[in-house]
Design a protein around this ligand. Structure first.
Ligand SMILES: NC(=O)c1ccc[n+]([C@@H]2O[C@H](COP(=O)([O-])OP(=O)(O)OC[C@H]3O[C@@H](n4cnc5c(N)ncnc54)[C@H](OP(=O)(O)O)[C@@H]3O)[C@@H](O)[C@H]2O)c1
Length: 249
């Protein structure tokens, strides 16, 4: 069920506007804070209204929250229309909401794997096309898809997750080619291990499994997103891999 967008403070038509999915999570909330600090107005989306409202209360710029499940096919269009109705423009979309299901053949939860495909692939594709259609019509805009180092590689027991991230990489690269002569940009970021809620519930945290003593922090990713957005328009960064020290694969 989608929840009506709620405006948290007044907007300014001169400021750039970014939509962030997965804004309640580690990466999403760090990027929201960084973009707000850089003057962006924001549409923040996730499933938890209370987390969204708490995040919005910390923003330095105007923001609107939209609570909804990415498995609802209406959500991407609601996010875009909320940006346009609240702020009169939309410049950036961070396509970030996602889940992770890994496990050995005998243990993996296939229903959860299929949910992961719906969120990481189907919903990510719907967000991609909803925003790119708008960006193409206004002849400018930047879509940033949050892939993973596992969008380029695979790891034993993580093949299904890697498959979802390879899918968004393939779509992004084809769209980048289609748009290469325009001012509409598509980038994929490919982080390695970041300390967020993505691994909550793991019996052994991947920092231990992978022997990484210092994983990336959400702020490291937020800095990279700002870097992507601060380039002059003739500079294109289609893919950006970000790994912590000690990441061997
Ligand atoms: N952490 C890492 O090591 C790592 C590495 C590479 C790539 N990534 C990617 O980074 C992205 C963000 O993950 P994170 O690390 O920030 O994890 P996180 O803290 O668990 O955040 C995940 C976000 O996705 C949202 N989400 C999940 N399922 C959803 C659904 N069905 N509908 C709407 N929103 C949903 C969550 O919303 P709720 O809070 O409402 O559940 C949350 O905001 C993911 O695409 C992930 O694959 C993470």
């Amino acid at each position: 069920m989608l929840q009506t967008a709620e405006e948290t403070n007044g907007g300014d038509a001169d400021k750039r506007v970014a939509v962030i999915t997965g804004a309640t999570g580690g990466i999403g909330s760090a990027v929201a804070k960084a973009l707000s600090g850089a003057g962006y107005q924001l549409v923040l989306s996730g499933r938890s209204t209370s987390k969204l409202n708490a995040l919005a209360a910390t923003m330095q710029t105007a923001s609107v929250v939209v609570a909804g499940d990415l498995q609802d096919s209406a959500l991407p269009h609601l996010l875009l229309s909320t940006a346009l109705e609240s702020f009169g423009r939309c410049d950036v979309c961070l396509n970030n909401g996602g889940i992770l299901e890994v496990g050995q053949i005998q243990d993996i939860d296939i229903d959860r794997v299929c949910e992961m495909v719906r969120v990481n692939v189907e919903a990510a594709f719907r967000v991609t096309y909803a925003f790119l259609k708008h960006f193409v019509s206004q002849r400018t805009g930047h879509l940033i898809n949050v892939s993973s180092v596992l969008g380029k590689k695979v790891r034993s027991t993580a093949g299904a997750y890697a498959g979802t991230k390879h899918a968004i990489e393939a779509l992004s690269e084809a769209l980048r080619m289609e748009l290469s002569k325009t001012d509409v940009q598509v980038s994929c970021i490919e982080p390695g291990l970041i300390r967020t809620g993505l691994h909550d519930g793991w019996e052994i945290h991947p920092t231990q499994l992978m022997g990484i003593s210092e994983p990336l922090l959400p702020d490291d990713i937020a800095r990279m997103i700002l870097f992507l957005l601060q380039q002059p328009s003739h500079v294109r960064i289609p893919q950006l891999m970000i790994l912590p020290k000690g990441h061997e694969i």
